[in-house]
Design a protein around this ligand. Sequence first.
Ligand code: DQA
Length: 144
Amino acid sequence: MRKVLVLNGPNLNLLGKREPEIYGRIDLIQIKADLEDISLNQVEIDLRQTNSEAELIEWIHEAFSQKLDVILNPAAFTHYSYALRDACSALSANGQKLIEVHISNPHAREEFRHTSVISAVASGVIAGFGAQSYALALKALIDN
Ligand code: DQA
């Protein structure tokens, strides 16, 4: 069965409880269940979250070596982690898909969020659709 890694960066373990007016009330467990529904159990959804930049980079390396496509919400690392960007760049250069997702629309928020160091090495970016951003990303992966 095809496997997709759905990787989540710092503070997203608090999803559902953290600033719900921005990030909504749906948590990662529900997001995983929604993705499994969409994939009709044809795709294994391996959803993970970490607050550690190093661990997130290790997971991208795992995707690289296992030739897996990735849906990535880099959270705050989006805006400044060149190390994460370089890992993502290796993945894209290897012909693998990496879709950057955001629950909120960072461009409609504080200025520091307007920069993504990841977008230029992503296959595509989906932002601003709440938890549905993940579902749209998975549909894009399945269709492409
Ligand atoms: C986020 C947006 C980031 O700016 C923020 O640091 C997050 C979540 C989003 O999903 O909207 O933690 O990636």
